[in-house]
Design a protein around this ligand. Structure first.
Ligand SMILES: O=C(O)CCC(=O)C(=O)O
Ligand SMILES: [Fe+2]
Length: 320
């Protein structure tokens, strides 16, 4: 197994640092995204207390009776809000659905914002009022951290620091709370049934809370799986396909998966909370001219973020 270096970077050195520290942060995140597509981030603005509250609510949500959760699976929303039950999402190229259930929270904007009509209302959990408030707070905090990360990436790419700001302002980001449920009968499990099959994320960048639990692995360039570990409350941040496309593969959307635990731990749940940072649907994902040259010919056709998302949701079975 090759050893992969996933740098641990302090976001505060970018937000409040000296010129030199800010430059060092940009270079480090850019280099890591160019090589392995993953970093871990400390000082991201979410307190331990908030993260603990979040997990308490997420555990309570998935502990609700099945018929209560099913009430929140709303047809026509393609899983983008509320509950998505077991056996619904299948990674591209896989036949067996992932061993997970999840709940998604979307963007909220002011009533008079032009984007208001684009985003369906979030589904409120009547049984757990605190779930609704804590997930909203986490959404806004992760969105804020994500915007700083995109500024650092813009600098690395030689763009203006604020290149992404208006593209992600009121963007179509999704906070996903995930439960990988206990596997009661490992013998009955089909061979290729896994918690999350090998996939790439669709969006610009993903910020993940709670990846300190074992199971997340990334695919290295020499085609071996490498475990991703985070310290304590650190975020794991990775590049998604939209940013890879925009940069003509200069920044890598690395394949990752969540493997099943060893047999003796199959009865344990695993929880995680990724935030998929999306731009507005109008963002043009055509590769930046600066990333195309004789050595790096243009790899992708031009597409908007909205068209691309639609295509991908159909592929994973969430949109019909
Ligand atoms: O649960 C995890 O650690 C990762 C989840 C993930 O990769 C995803 O939902 O896209
Ligand atoms: Fe993922």
């Amino acid at each position: 197994m090759s050893v992969v270096n996933i740098p641990r970077l302090d976001l505060n050195t970018y937000i409040n640092g000296t010129e030199e520290q800010r430059k060092a942060f940009s270079n480090a995140i850019g280099k890591a995204f160019n090589e392995t597509g993953f970093v871990t981030i400390t000082n991201h603005g979410l307190s331990k207390e908030l993260i603990d509250d979040l997990y308490k609510q997420v555990k309570a949500l998935f502990a609700l009776p099945g018929d209560v959760k099913m009430k929140y699976e709303i047809p026509g929303l393609a899983g983008q809000r509320g509950y998505t039950g077991k056996n619904k999402e299948t990674a591209k190229g896989f036949k067996i659905p992932d061993l997970k259930e999840f709940w998604q929270i979307g963007q909220t904007v002011a009533d008079d914002a032009p984007e208001k009509e684009l985003y369906p209302d979030n589904v409120q959990v009547a049984e757990l009022p605190e779930f609704n408030t804590v997930t909203l707070e986490v959404y806004k905090k992760l969105e804020g951290a994500g915007i700083h990360l995109l500024r650092a990436i813009a600098v690395y790419l030689g763009l203006g620091e604020n290149y992404f700001d208006d593209k992600v302002h009121n963007g179509n980001s999704i906070l996903r709370t995930l439960h990988y449920f206990p596997i009661e009968n490992p013998d009955a499990l089909p061979d290729d049934a896994v918690r999350a099959g090998a996939h790439e994320d669709i969006n610009l960048i993903t910020l993940l809370i709670g990846a300190s639990a074992d199971g997340l692995e990334l695919l290295t360039r020499d085609n071996t799986w490498f475990p991703v570990k985070a310290h304590g409350e650190d975020l794991v941040v990775n590049v998604g396909d939209m940013l890879q496309r925009l940069t003509n593969n200069k920044l890598k959307s690395t394949t990752h998966r969540v493997v099943n635990p060893p047999r003796e731990e199959m009865k344990n749940s695993r929880f995680s909370v990724p935030f998929f940072l999306h731009p507005k649907s109008t963002m043009d994902l055509a590769s930046l001219p600066s990333t195309i040259d004789a050595e790096h010919p243009k790899l992708y056709t031009d597409i908007t973020a909205g068209e691309y998302l639609d295509e991908r949701l159909r592929e994973i079975g969430l949109k019909k």
